[in-house]
Design a protein around this ligand. Structure first.
Ligand SMILES: Cc1cc2nc3c(=O)[nH]c(=O)nc-3n(C[C@H](O)[C@H](O)[C@H](O)COP(=O)(O)OP(=O)(O)OC[C@H]3O[C@@H](n4cnc5c(N)ncnc54)[C@H](O)[C@@H]3O)c2cc1C
Ligand code: FES
Length: 342
């Protein structure tokens, strides 16, 4: 069984800063690619006979004709450097269908939505803001956007235009660390108290940026009494250490996987993740990071028990609903059944 792979043609490349470029993509098949604002695609490369997958948030909104991803060059980064140096208009990229849980809903209601973006963390948030502002609604949006310096602000012109056009509904506050104007816990609390005009319990917080930046903001919000369920995060950076648990041992278990209208009964070997077992048995489940960060591998557990050794993406509410990550999930009972929402 093979995966559904999209073929995307690079139509145009726009340099946003000296280290960041936006790739505008069309679907070679001509069919529309359906996605929600805030989701990402996972690109698949074959370099030196090895398959490499990397996820990139869609900065385009589902209302736009072309998909767009914005890639930042990472020092020693294999794929980001390759994308910025070697890919050209006309080249074809292979990708998994859009996925991800960093999405917006309920924005028609009277509430405050605060977006905290750091650097290229603006990409999924840019998509969300454009999507919301295109629709009627009573929510008020504030973007708190941190960058190193004025030259590294991505989408500045487009964001400023949106703030002018929707001045009754959308505001931007910029932070530049080279001007000693850095966001810290006190500023997060102070700003939140100033910005939130409607019920605090209804306010929503979307965070995307470097890990320490998101941790600091989350800490400040939770400390001031915001329920963690009101805070959503998208993490771009994977830890380089392997996801294994040194203390827990997972014995082999039987599992049933329902995927693309077929049922597979497999054995998940000792300390194997569900994803590893499926791929070994040629069941091509979707995945990207294999590290509990991106959510591409999300499935629903409809029976039995699963333990995830790492989960940076599913919320408590998601877990209550039965959602699990197959890349870090191990069955801990013999009656496990998982299914994918096709
Ligand atoms: C859900 C999701 C959405 C993402 N969206 C975007 C996006 O919109 N734009 C974008 O540019 N990237 C995005 N990323 C990150 C992207 O997938 C790659 O990890 C990134 O491009 C680096 O890949 P690489 O092959 O160049 O580096 P690698 O060769 O994988 O890594 C080289 C070194 O850089 C470190 N590193 C990896 N990523 C980062 C990072 N983002 N910042 C700092 N250090 C890093 C690694 O730990 C490693 O030490 C996203 C990741 C996820 C999981
Ligand atoms: S593949 Fe990324 S969370 Fe499982």
């Amino acid at each position: 069984m093979t995966e559904d792979i999209l073929k995307l043609r690079i139509e145009r490349i726009k340099w946003e800063t000296k280290d960041v470029a936006t790739f505008y993509l069309s679907n070679v098949s001509g069919l529309p690619v359906s996605y929600k604002a805030g989701q990402f695609i996972s690109l698949i490369f074959n370099h030196r006979h090895e398959e490499i997958r990397r996820s990139y948030s869609l900065g385009s909104s589902p209302d736009e004709a072309l998909l767009a991803i914005t890639v930042k060059r990472i020092t020693n980064g294999e794929i980001s450097r390759f994308m910025l140096a070697k890919e050209h208009p006309g080249d074809i990229l292979k990708a998994l269908a859009p996925a991800g849980r960093f999405t917006v809903s309920g924005f028609e209601q009277e509430k405050d939505i605060l977006f905290f973006a750091g650097g290229t963390g603006i990409t999924p948030i840019f998509s969300q803001i454009k999507y919301i502002l295109k629709r009627p609604g009573k929510s008020r949006l504030t973007l708190i956007y941190s960058n190193q310096d004025a030259n590294s602000i991505v989408f500045k012109e487009e964001l400023n235009e949106l703030a002018i056009k929707h001045s009754d509904r959308f505001k931007i506050i910029y932070f530049l660390s080279n001007e000693a104007n850095r966001l810290n816990t006190e500023r997060v609390e102070e700003l939140t108290r100033q910005i939130v005009k409607h019920d605090f319990k209804k306010a929503e917080f979307y965070l995307c940026g470097p890990f320490p930046y998101m941790r600091m903001i989350r800490f400040a919000l939770v400390y001031m009494g915001i329920d963690p369920g009101q805070i959503r995060r998208e993490n771009f950076v994977l830890e380089t250490v392997a996801v294994t648990s040194s203390t827990v041992n997972f014995p082999p278990r039987n599992i049933r996987i329902s995927f693309k209208n077929e049922v597979h009964d497999l054995v998940v070997g000792e300390n194997q993740s569900i994803l590893q077992a499926a791929l070994q048995n040629n069941v091509a489940l979707p995945y990207s990071c294999r590290n509990g960060v991106c959510s591409t591998c999300t499935a629903k557990c409809t029976s039995g028990k699963i333990e995830m050794v790492k989960n940076d993406v599913l919320t408590d509410a998601d877990i209550q609903e039965g959602l699990i990550l197959t890349c870090t999930g191990h069955p801990i009972s013999d009656d496990v059944v998982i299914a994918f929402g096709e």
